[in-house]
Write a protein that binds this ligand. Structure first.
Ligand code: NAD
Length: 455
């Protein structure tokens, strides 16, 4: 047994709000055994009953939206408006997954001499390793479809944000989900997380986090040929063509990289602007950046809160020396981990802030000459998660959508994530897809069965 603990800090004040015990490797082992037992019963239950229980779980989450949201404001510094959406997203994910339980159909394939069918079987015990930037939604993206497909789930939340995950596990029991089917195991990545990845009883790891850790999880999974879904980093472009509605493009730009204080893998942190409208765009963008309301995340009017931790604040600062030219908004002084909205102008395309994931409220703006130049710049990165294209020319919108190597693109919008549409990265932004119509299939094996009619 371990006596290790994690302190949970309110990022808006720097105060310790809770201490949470960490899960040792031996405790992970015991949790896997309990989960495996619970999974057998769950997989054998009638699909309609599994669906009903997941709907009930969604209903209980719905009754606790405000409580979950307030908890996320305290442990993660999310604005209250965002936190309510995030808790609602958990409910919606559970509802959507519940609808899939009775629609998880195999196929019947024409063959000679018999009947051929495919059966989609659950994998067993799934390990979900979540980051701190969207603790509730990302936990639910893995958990809800995995449970719906007949699996058990062991969720390891990030060290800094375990509280909403622990509460969700309590709500699952309140809703009547079988004991041990969904367990939350707080702890350090290299101890608790690693124990899940190395455990032969865990069939698949769904990991969201940094590209560095994602690569190490893939390597650790290789000897067991363990399945992985990886959602990693991004450096997504926001491509503004001269023929776009420039006012609308400028008005939408601040929150495209400032939402969640820029701690968003889909943040549009490379603003690519056609040279002929570059100056005009910056004139429109400056007042929009300066007027973003940064402050107490519990205040309904706040648009941007603090960064998650001192470590993250130091990391963001290291990318932005004071003498770098740019547009800067405002942020509170004093306790808490605050950084003002920042758009870096006159920055070299190969400068660290222009090509590495900062994971803070910082974007770089770069000019381009024509469509080919925009595509070249957009793709000049190892990442490929998201991107936006602003143009009134529908042909151009489609050409550029096809040419940009990224998993989630939006035209004249910055939307990335809906539970009903697939989400995931190209290149080093990830492996596999979450959400969308095929969400449950990612938690199954396909078994093909041929039945001879000749015998
Ligand atoms: P991180 O990679 O350090 O940690 C993510 C999770 O992995 C945490 O729960 C951590 O405890 C765990 N972990 C760390 N080392 C581990 C190991 N050796 N074995 C098993 N688990 C381990 O990332 P972070 O700092 O929490 O999150 C920020 C990063 O996540 C950013 O780089 C961001 O781009 C990325 N991210 C990507 C997406 C996406 O969907 N693509 C979403 C959110 C965040």
């Amino acid at each position: 047994m371990t006596h290790a603990h994690h302190e949970v800090v309110n990022p808006a004040t720097g105060e310790v709000i809770e201490t949470v015990p960490a899960t040792s490797a031996a405790e992970v082992d015991a949790a896997v055994a309990r989960a495996a037992k619970a999974q057998e019963g769950w997989a054998a239950a009638a699909p309609a009953d599994r669906a009903r229980l997941l709907r009930r779980f969604a209903g209980v989450v719905d009754e606790h939206i405000e409580e979950l949201a307030r908890l996320e404001v305290r442990e993660a510094g999310h604005t209250i408006g965002n936190a309510r959406w995030e808790a609602g997203n958990v409910r919606d994910l559970l509802d959507f997954a519940a609808g899939g339980v009775e629609r998880l159909t195999g196929r019947q394939i024409p063959v000679a001499g018999g009947l051929d069918i495919t059966i989609l079987e659950p994998l067993g015990v799934i390990g979900v390793i979540a980051p701190w930037n969207f603790p509730m939604p990302i936990a639910a993206w893995g958990t809800a479809p995995a449970l719906a497909a007949g699996n058990a789930v062991l969720l390891k939340p990030a060290e800094t944000t375990p509280l909403t995950a622990l509460r969700l596990a309590e709500l699952a029991l309140e809703a009547g989900l079988p004991e041990h089917l969904f367990q939350v195991l707080p702890g350090a990545g290299d101890v608790t997380g690693n124990a899940l990845v190395e455990h032969p009883g865990v069939a698949k790891i769904v990991f969201t986090g940094s590209t560095r850790v994602g690569k190490s999880i893939m390597a650790t999974s290789a000897p067991l040929v363990k399945r992985v879904t990886l959602e990693l980093g991004g450096k997504s472009p926001n491509i503004v063509f001269a023929d776009s509605d420039l006012q609308a493009a400028a008005a939408a730009t601040p929150m495209s990289f400032l939402d969640n204080s820029g701690q968003d893998c889909c943040a549009r942190t490379r603003i690519l602007v056609q040279r002929s409208v570059y100056d005009r765009f910056l004139d429109l963008l400056a007042p929009a950046i300066e007027s973003v309301v940064v402050g107490d995340p519990a205040d309904e009017k706040t648009q941007m809160g603090p960064l998650i931790s001192q470590i993250q604040l130091d990391r963001v600062r290291s990318y932005v020396p004071d003498d770098l030219p740019g547009i800067r908004g405002s942020a509170p002084d004093g306790p808490g981990f605050w950084f003002a909205p920042t758009v870096l102008t006159d920055i070299a395309p190969d400068a660290p802030a222009a090509c590495e994931e900062v994971f803070g409220p910082v974007a770089a703006v770069l000019p381009f000459d024509d469509e080919a130049d925009a595509i070249r710049l957009a793709n000049a990165t190892d990442y490929g998660l998201s991107g936006s294209i602003w143009t009134r020319d529908i042909g151009r919108a489609l050409r550029v959508s096809r040419a940009v190597a990224a998993g989630n693109l939006s035209v004249n919008s910055h939307s990335s994530v809906r539970y009903s549409t697939p989400f995931g990265g190209y290149k080093q932004s990830g492996l596999g897809r979450e959400l969308g119509p095929d969400a449950l299939t990612a938690f199954t094996e396909t078994k093909n069965v041929f039945i001879s009619t000749e015998a």
